[in-house]
Design a protein around this ligand. Structure first.
Ligand code: MUC
Ligand code: MG
Length: 365
């Protein structure tokens, strides 16, 4: 089996409402669908969400990178030879979401060729995951309303609270959420580098007082000594996300003491490097969680496969609800959260069929 063609299809899909966080805001899904077709007619898909504030990528840069830089090294290659493909892709630096989507599409192909779902090929730790919902920035009332909708409509009982603003405003939201949701619900926070070190240290203690279990990216990791002061002073673990976007970056961050847990995102490290990151962390006794790049439906299906594939990830809540922000998507069968859990697909590969009419409707090219 050889790769015959590689496409990068830019999409534009409106959101039900904007989603804000300390480092940015999204109002529509301008994702890029990567489609890889083999000489025996198999088709694999991956989704690349452009995040300029995290990876420096735009939809246009992802399309150009896949078309001009990656397709020439992929065509003719064997999808099973992921290590060789990875080496070829890594001759180009960065372009994390573009590479992540290509890796996901390759696993989709390999799963189809083997007749096995991706989560089974990864290790089949579970068949479903506990869903965690990401609560975007808003007034305390808006954030509580968002959480209550997810709890009541989908049974979600784990929430990542976006923070990183003026501390009083953030703590008012955290207080209101804990008061409404009760003590049994898991809460953790993500500041997207929005605070300085002194504010983050105070925040970590006040968050801990409200039973918040982890704090993601409290300050810019480039403030090396500030980050170390936070890690030393915080009563709750500091999670690496946008400061730990590669296998090497994770290793450096952990050895430098910049993070105590790691967010793994299929959107940036696909399945291949995500599994390596989880292995590294497992060996070091470091917690890993499946994060979300504000993924669409395909990215969500891939995140569930990753979470169900690896034991270390399956025992943590998995961030899989951002697709609910979208008014629609190109998948024929949307993911469905039942009683706070999302099941892995049992079909070969990702089991994610693209609806040709929706694709034709939302594609920009
Ligand atoms: C997250 O976990 O930070 C928001 C910004 C980003 O890069 O990813 C999202 C979610
Ligand atoms: Mg984050």
């Amino acid at each position: 089996m050889k790769i015959d063609s590689v496409e990068a299809i830019p999409l534009a899909i409106p959101y039900r409402r904007p989603f804000g966080f300390a480092s940015g805001r999204v109002t529509a899904a301008d994702h890029v669908l990567v489609r890889i077709t083999t000489d025996d007619g198999l088709v694999g898909h991956g989704e690349a969400p452009p995040r300029p504030y995290t990876y420096g990528e735009t939809a246009a840069s992802i399309v150009a990178a896949v078309r001009d830089l990656f397709a020439p090294v992929l065509v003719g290659a064997d999808p099973f030879a992921r290590e060789r493909v990875r080496a070829d892709l890594d001759r180009t630096v960065a372009n994390n979401a573009a590479k992540g989507a290509i890796d996901v599409a390759l696993w989709d192909l390999v799963g189809q060729a083997c007749g096995q779902p991706v989560h089974v090929l990864l290790g089949h730790a579970a068949d479903d995951v506990r869903a965690a919902h990401m609560i975007g920035l808003g007034t305390p009332e808006e954030m509580v309303a968002d959480a209550v909708e997810m709890r009541d409509d989908h049974g979600v009982d784990a929430f990542k609270i976006k923070v990183g603003r003026e501390l009083g405003v953030d703590m008012a939201a955290v207080r209101a959420l804990r008061a409404e949701l009760g003590d049994a619900v898991e809460l953790y926070a993500d500041a997207n580098r929005g605070w300085d070190a002194d504010t983050a240290i105070v925040a970590s203690r006040r968050l801990a007082d409200h039973g918040v279990s982890m704090l993601e990216e409290p300050n810019p990791a480039a403030d090396v000594l500030g980050r170390r002061r936070i890690v030393a002073a915080s009563p709750i673990p500091v999670v690496g996300d946008e400061s730990t976007i590669t296998l090497g970056g994770v290793a450096r961050s952990l050895l430098d003491g910049d993070a105590q847990a790691i967010s793994v995102k299929v959107a940036r490290t696909g399945f291949t490097d995500s599994a390596k990151i989880v292995g590294l962390c497992e060996g070091l006794g470091v917690t890993t969680v499946v994060g979300n790049q504000i993924d669409g439906m395909l990215g969500t299906v891939a995140s569930v496969a990753l979470g169900c594939g690896l034991r270390a990830l399956a025992r943590q809540p998995v961030e899989v609800t951002n697709y609910l922000l979208m008014t629609d998507d190109v998948l024929a069968e949307p993911p469905v959260i039942v009683d706070g859990r999302l099941a892995a697909r049992q079909e070969p590969g990702l089991g994610a069929r693209i609806d040709p009419d929706k694709l034709a409707h939302y594609r920009l090219d």
